[in-house]
Design a protein around this ligand. Structure first.
Ligand SMILES: [Fe+2]
Length: 212
């Protein structure tokens, strides 16, 4: 019975994804391309798109600085608390780097609400409400939420590193690559903490056991 409904569900998802309309591209027109297929360095539409993406991640980083102390306070194990404390300092550095990027682009630093990050952090705050204080289950859930944050940042910085490199903005690309490497480090660290300090013990946590 259950298997059947699962299969049905999957079929529905497949059918939906086949018929889903293509998301509209944020680049309205095709960027200009040279004869050799490479992007022209002065492609203003692409530059506009990059600037927009930087404003978006600038908002995301600033928002994370506000969210990180809440995650830190909610976490159970000292190991996870330390990851959040360290990443708060790192995120402050990421904000400074983005301000340098704005400067190199000759633009004023400006944040634009990142709906994706707003959603991911809202979910993280929901986890705090839904899990019991002092449990390892809460830490497992917080790690998953934090990894969603990291993966979003990795996708954004990863894309920006490549695009800015193609645009011939080597210095900007280099700055963003430093941040990208640190987001990847944070992601690995979260996995390590989960594997070494939390997951196994969380599995032994009793059902419905009062922890607070
Ligand atoms: Fe960051």
């Amino acid at each position: 019975m259950e298997k059947h409904s699962k299969a049905e569900k999957e079929n529905t998802i497949t059918a939906r994804s086949k018929t889903a309309s293509k998301p509209s591209s944020p680049i309205k027109n095709k960027p200009a391309v040279n004869g050799n297929g490479k992007l022209k360095q002065d492609t203003s539409l692409l530059e506009e798109f990059v600037l927009d993406a930087i404003k978006d991640i600038y908002w995301a980083e600033k928002h994370l600085i506000k969210t990180m102390p809440k995650l830190n306070k909610a976490a159970t194990t000292p190991e996870l608390k330390r990851v959040f404390t360290d990443h708060l300092a790192v995120s402050e550095e990421h904000v400074s780097r983005l301000e340098k990027v704005f400067e190199l682009m000759g633009k004023k630093a400006q944040a634009k609400k990142c709906e994706a990050m707003a959603g991911i952090t809202k979910e993280a705050e929901g986890i705090i409400e839904e899990t019991e204080k002092g449990t390892l289950t809460r830490d497992v859930a917080l790690i998953m939420a934090a990894q969603k944050v990291e993966h979003y940042e990795i996708a954004t910085y990863g894309g920006l590193v490549q695009i800015t490199k193609i645009m011939g903005k080597g210095e900007i690309s280099g700055i963003l690559a430093q941040t990208l490497a640190e987001e990847k480090d944070a992601d690995h660290l979260l996995t390590e903490v989960a594997e070494n300090n939390i997951n196994m013990e969380a599995e032994e946590e009793g059902d419905g056991e009062e922890k607070n």
